[in-house]
Write a new protein. Structure first.
Length: 399
């Protein structure tokens, strides 16, 4: 086998002005694949540094550590000239700038893309991440993941009739926005390869949350019926739900008639195939409650893990409803090398996998302002001289 080449983004220089989740996740994935990422933090640091407990073995917030490996950290007050001078020094040879300030903040500081950066750094790709974008009825307003889940209808289709609308257990809007930002940056870099010009990329939590309404938006656009929460069931498919077994729950996903026949055979209810109420998916959706009752009656005395294994071996997609610990301890998680270990640090690798230029996650996440000397040393001496007091390590307290 040929030896692996360097990371796909080796040589790419990224200035990261982001905090919390979507932006740091995006830049961590860039770093994992070889990009040189400098995380510029405000004097108080990224907010997630304080979102603890729990703490990692190195006494960092676990939340912060999950999103910031492989980066250097310098703390700058970008509202002040000293901090801005250092930022400009970094941007002289940067390929990408990622920021997630409230829209208008960089412009207020004289650092807006169209206002100041595009002409000065024509090859720069700048990605702006925000809640709602800069304009429109909600433009410029702050946004967090759960707020967008509520505003964009995601909560309304999550949960059950008994629970009512429920926030998803993960910050799914933030996560996908990080991937949207990553995709936009890589496309902009590809365009720059073609024509030599950078551009501004935008990723908003609002756009991302609306894009997640599949198939519910299509269902409403086609039927006029507003989707309601179905628990773990699917609005267009049955049986596609979790079912109780003797010692836990099993999720069964049947998408076609062949899988339904195999399910019925495996659970000892081949007669269900001949029932006209379950003849095809449309009939199964219409008679969802009756079908669920019969499947649960057949599964009630069986243990969850052997049942899921039997169904999978029969070609019926199924899985035990695991908790987080069980999922991370699963042998397939180890086989897929989904945990990144660096010294005292353990985190999750990004899901994309490049076999020719594999990711090589960098060092454990930095302490606040840990790399001030190294970052300042890499900019030209004249730039450092112009930066004035910002070069003094005492100007910004260490954490």
């Amino acid at each position: 086998m040929a030896s692996a080449r360097q990371g796909a983004l080796q040589g790419l220089k990224v200035v990261d002005l982001t905090r919390v989740l979507a932006g740091p996740l995006c830049t961590q994935m860039l770093a994992d694949h070889g990009a040189d990422v400098v995380k510029v933090e405000p004097p108080a640091g990224d907010e997630t540094r304080k979102l603890a407990p729990p703490l990692t073995p190195s006494r960092q917030s676990a939340y912060f550590a999950a999103l910031n490996r492989g980066k250097q950290s310098i703390s700058l007050d970008l509202s002040k000239r000293d901090g801005q001078d250092v930022l400009h020094a970094l941007l002289r040879d940067a390929d990408v700038l990622v920021e997630n300030f409230v829209p208008g903040t960089l412009e207020r500081w004289g650092l807006g893309y169209e206002q100041a950066l595009a002409a000065r750094y024509p090859r720069l790709v700048m990605c702006s991440i925000s809640g709602f974008g800069a304009d429109g009825p909600l433009g410029g307003l702050p946004g967090y993941d759960a707020v967008l889940q509520a505003a964009c209808g995601l909560m309304s289709i999550n949960g059950s009739a008994d629970s009512g609308p429920t926030k998803l257990g993960i910050p799914v809007v933030d996560h996908l926005t990080g991937y949207a930002a990553l995709s936009g940056i890589l496309m902009a870099l590809r365009a720059r390869d073609r024509d030599g010009r950078g551009q501004r990329v935008e990723a908003t939590l609002y756009d991302t949350a609306i894009s997640l309404l599949v198939p519910h938006a299509a269902n409403w656009l086609s039927s006029g019926e507003c989707p309601a929460p179905l628990g773990s069931a699917h609005p267009n498919i049955a049986p596609y739900d979790k079912f109780c077994a003797a010692d836990g729950e099993v999720f069964i996903g049947v998408v076609n008639d062949g899988q339904f026949r195999r399910l019925c055979q495996a659970i000892g209810r081949p007669d269900l195939v001949a029932d006209p109420r379950f003849a095809d998916n449309a009939q199964r959706v219409r008679h969802r409650d009756a079908l669920t009752a019969r499947i649960e009656a057949a599964l009630g005395g069986q243990r969850a893990a052997p049942l899921a294994d039997t169904l999978m071996q029969a070609g019926v997609p199924a899985a035990v409803v695991n908790d987080v610990a069980a999922a991370l301890n699963h042998p397939h998680t180890a086989h897929r090398q989904l945990l990144v270990r660096k010294g005292r640090y353990t985190g999750l690798r990004a899901p994309m996998r490049l076999l020719g230029t594999p990711a090589c996650p960098g060092r454990e996440p930095p302490e606040l302002d840990q790399d001030r000397a190294a970052v300042l040393a890499r900019v030209r001496p004249s730039s450092a001289d112009d930066a004035g007091p910002a070069i003094d390590r005492q100007e910004v307290p260490m954490k």
